[in-house]
Design a protein around this ligand. Structure first.
Ligand code: GDP
Length: 198
């Protein structure tokens, strides 16, 4: 698998419109502005891919990128947009929960959080949903370049402790990450390769 070869495959508004549920995939989620597009860019070395998912109107969809014939990356919509009507948010929540719980080919969830604002409500919700199906979650504490090494490490440990206290340590791993400085890329790739080759 080469992440550099990722290609846009399709967008899907609901589970029934996703590509065939065969092979394997990993999904990326995070609050809007957490740095998801930048991270996908850094991973795939392709600025066009992430832009695809930022096209207005596509923001509520799952965007699929093929890595190989059998493996895919999935870009889930950024959360925390201003002014999404409540009814729409509710409907989207259902699609997302359904995707996380029913998708057989889904091997793991990469959850991005700005290192300066970790573990917000939405993040807990994603962790809860994933844990319902024992889905592994790998957290990226993004924009780590905004902090010095010491403080960045403290946040990492604090988040780790909070996850442990909430009973989520078993299926959750975490690391610091910076798309800007390209730090943490190898660690992310290692996790993804483990999931996709398992
Ligand atoms: P998304 O909404 O989650 O896709 O977030 P983006 O990838 O578009 O990033 C949101 C903002 O954070 C943009 O202004 C990026 O330039 C900035 N950003 C993303 N990653 C990094 C990073 O690693 N370091 C810093 N300093 N800024 C970043």
């Amino acid at each position: 698998i080469s992440f550099r070869k990722a290609q846009f495959l399709m967008s899907a508004p609901t589970l029934s419109q996703c590509p065939d549920d065969s092979g394997c995939e990993v999904a990326f989620a995070g609050r809007s502005n957490a740095g998801k597009s930048s991270a996908i860019n850094a991973l795939t070395n392709n600025a066009k891919l992430a832009r695809t998912s930022k096209t207005p109107g596509r923001t509520q969809l799952l965007n699929f990128f093929s890595l190989t014939e059998q493996c895919r990356l999935v870009d889930l919509p950024g959360y925390g947009f201003a002014k999404v009507p409540k009814a729409m948010k509710k409907e989207w929540d259902q699609h997302l929960a359904e995707y996380l719980q029913r998708r057989q080919s889904l091997r793991g969830l990469v959850l991005l959080m700005d290192i300066r604002h970790p573990l917000q409500d939405y993040d807990w919700q994603m962790i809860r949903w994933a844990s319902l199906s024992e889905m592994p979650v790998h957290i990226l504490l993004t924009k780590a370049d905004k902090l010095n090494n010491g403080p960045a490490k403290s946040v990492l440990l604090k988040v780790q402790r909070e996850l442990q206290a909430a009973g989520f340590s078993e299926h959750v791993s975490l690391q610091t990450f910076s798309s800007l400085k390209k730090t943490g890329l190898e660690e992310l790739e290692t996790t993804l390769m483990q999931w996709l080759s398992a």
